[in-house]
Structures are given as structure tokens and as C-alpha cells.
Ligand binder design. Structure first.
Ligand code: SF4
Length: 244
């Protein structure tokens, strides 16, 4: 932990925070969460990250930091950038065993924002999970319809264990579901669930069905055991009556 606090102490807490504004697609408040790590306050660091993401432990491990936040870090101009991904991972892992950590951050907000709106989220991969969590935090009743008998999508079957341990995905999913989200497994759009039926039951439908079929590279040996292709694209579409 001393090494982590030393690393956090190297952050300059830059006023214009290019790591966040230029480097992070989510706009995570990077200097502010690092400031909490400096003060040995990991729960508060986790809470700050939760304002903009619910996949802290996953982003910390698999985001292309060198191109994004760390690639924009002022420290990197003349030397080594701050290890932002590692610090993010530490903030998540500090609350790893606490299933209610995310709920505790937003219990009050959920109570205050309670609505009678209902949203169906089709697909429980990273996009669907993120949308579900932010909707639930805004008082919406969310039901995820998932094709498989597990959540996580590509995070589970598209990223090898050495890059992203399944345990981290499971714990992240558990925290998200504790926000009061219902899940229906083994539900496939066009097979046993249909938009026309869901439209009658929900105020909005969020389609996050992903793009699970990867394209072939067309090179010899790509089907051999141990050869891993990474999938990169997600298809996102919404239909919404929430504004009506
Ligand atoms: S750019 Fe680097 S040094 Fe500046 S606030 Fe962000 S992480 Fe800290």
C-alpha cells in the first residue's frame, strides 16, 4: 500500500485535469479519486469513481490507459505518467468483498429519485449493465433480459482470464444487481422475447445486444486452441418513452 500511496502522491492535481477531460471517455474525476487514495481513503476514492462508472475494477484492468488517461497525463510529458489504471483497480479491490458498496453510495439518491418508470434492458453485457445501474440510481425499475444464463457478456466470454479474472466480473455484477435490478436469464430477442410485447409493459427499451459474432482474420491456425481473438464493437440503440 505504501507504494500505491507514493504513486498517488506524484499526482499534481492539475487544475485542467487533461487525464479526465481529454483522456477518459467517461470523464472520471481522476485527480479527485487519486487525492482520496493519497489520504488512504479508498472507499471515498471508489465513491468518486462511481459517479461516472460502475465498472471501476474492470476499466482499471482492461482500458487502454497508455492511449487514454495515462496518455494525457501531464507527468508523462517529461517522465512517467501516473499509473491511473493501477490506482483505479486498487480503489475497486478495496471494496471487493462488500456487495453493498455501490448501493451504499447511492441509497439516498435512489430513494429520492424513485419514479414509476420501468425500463427493459436487452442484453447484460458491459453496456447493458452500465445503463441498468445508472437507470436504477435514477429511480427507474429495471429488468435485464439476458440471452445466456450469466451476465457480463463479452467481459466473460470475450476477454481471457489472465487479462480480466471472472471473479472481478462476478463481483462487479453482484454490486450492480444490489441496486434493485431484476434479471431474466435465457431470454433471446426474436426467439422468446419480442419488442412488440415489451413495449406494452415498459416505458422504454434499451437495446444493448452487442456484436457477438467476431469477423474472421482469414489466417491459418486462427481456430487452434490457445489462439485468442479480441472482439471490440458494441451496438447500442435505445427506444424511449421516458420523456413523454
Ligand atoms: S494529468 Fe496526471 S498529474 Fe495531472 S491530475 Fe491527471 S493524473 Fe494527476
Amino acid at each position: 500500500m505504501e507504494k500505491i500511496i507514493d504513486e498517488a502522491s506524484n499526482c499534481l492535481n492539475c487544475k485542467n485535469k487533461p487525464c479526465s477531460t481529454k483522456g477518459c471517455p467517461l470523464g472520471n474525476n481522476i485527480p479527485q479519486f487519486i487525492e482520496q487514495i493519497k489520504q488512504n481513503n479508498y472507499k471515498e476514492a471508489y465513491k468518486i469513481l462511481s459517479e461516472t462508472t460502475v465498472l471501476q475494477g474492470i476499466c482499471g484492468r482492461i482500458c487502454p490507459h497508455a492511449k487514454q488517461c495515462q496518455g494525457s497525463c501531464i507527468r508523462g510529458i517529461k517522465g512517467k505518467p501516473i499509473s491511473i489504471g493501477e490506482l483505479e483497480t486498487v480503489a475497486f479491490d478495496a471494496v471487493l468483498e462488500d456487495d453493498d458498496s455501490l448501493l451504499n453510495c447511492y441509497q439516498e439518491e435512489i430513494r429520492k429519485n424513485k419514479t414509476n418508470k420501468k425500463v427493459a434492458v436487452i442484453g447484460g453485457g458491459p453496456t447493458g449493465l452500465t445503463a441498468s445501474a445508472f437507470l436504477a440510481r435514477n429511480g427507474v425499475q429495471v429488468t435485464i433480459y439476458e440471452k445466456y444464463d450469466y451476465l457480463g457478456g463479452l467481459l466473460v466470454h470475450g476477454i481471457p482470464e489472465f487479462r480480466l479474472p471472472k471473479e472481478i466480473v462476478e463481483k462487479t455484477v453482484k454490486k450492480i444487481l444490489r441496486l434493485g435490478i431484476e434479471v431474466k436469464y435465457n431470454q433471446q430477442l426474436g426467439k422468446n422475447i419480442f419488442i412488440k410485447d415489451l413495449e406494452k409493459q415498459y416505458d422504454a427499451i434499451f437495446l444493448s445486444i452487442g456484436a457477438n459474432k467476431s469477423s474472421k482474420m482469414g489466417v491459418e491456425g486462427e481456430e487452434l486452441e490457445g489462439v485468442i481473438r479480441r472482439q471490440r464493437t458494441f451496438r447500442i440503440q435505445t427506444t424511449s418513452r421516458l420523456q413523454r
